[in-house]
Design a protein around this ligand. Sequence first.
Ligand code: ADP
Ligand code: C5P
Ligand code: MG
Length: 210
Amino acid sequence: MGTIIEDANKEATGSALAQKNPKIVFVLGGPGSGKGTQCANIVEHFGYTHLSAGDLLRAEIKSGSENGTMIQNMIKEGKIVPSEVTVNLLLKAIAENENDKFLIDGFPRNEENRAAFEAVAGIEPEFVLYFDCPVEEMEKRLLSRNQGREDDNIDTIRKRFKVFLESSLPVIEYYSSKDKVRKIDSAKPVGEVFGTVKALFTPGQQTAAS
Ligand code: ADP
Ligand code: C5P
Ligand code: MG
């Protein structure tokens, strides 16, 4: 629960956003499935702005915010940060950006994330990109990612996989039931994966993946 002023601010951000009516694509997939890698390619070719929920949360820790310690502990344990925090960071980033096309990477991670975003932003995604990759391949990639992340160690990685299976896959199933999911095999080399992704963003070729 926020204060009356915080709630009013949130409402204002929500309605400003509804007016802006941005185009949103959710980018989902297990840890290490290649979301960030493919988003960078989409940005380059199709002019979207990439917002990674994980990156926004890590920036929040670095900024010395009052939520920093809580976020850091959740990330270390592979747990999902309360939606209020993540949704606020995403809405702020969207509102501050002139662009009207956004890739939201690593969100919604659970049902609570999904419902919170829908309630506050009132925006449905155009579609959901789902990068499907075997766990063994994702594990191998995370262990050699080398970005100095505190959660890229085998113990946290296993916890993140469990959270993905238990909490994130149901969100993908939810969007699947609404025919919004474009599932892509991301175990292939980066260029091949992007070949399939590209078709989804190219008018007239939306049926290349299902
Ligand atoms: P995510 O954002 O889904 O966690 P990343 O894009 O950060 O995943 O990719 C995780 C690691 O795997 C990175 O080191 C990246 O360079 C590598 N990677 C990404 N896509 C592929 C691919 N198709 N084949 C091999 N390695 C990949
Ligand atoms: O997507 P990424 O791998 O960068 O996410 C890292 C961590 O950030 C997750 O394991 C989780 O702890 C946190 N996170 C979250 N809620 C999200 C996205 C990420 O709590 N929607
Ligand atoms: Mg990422």
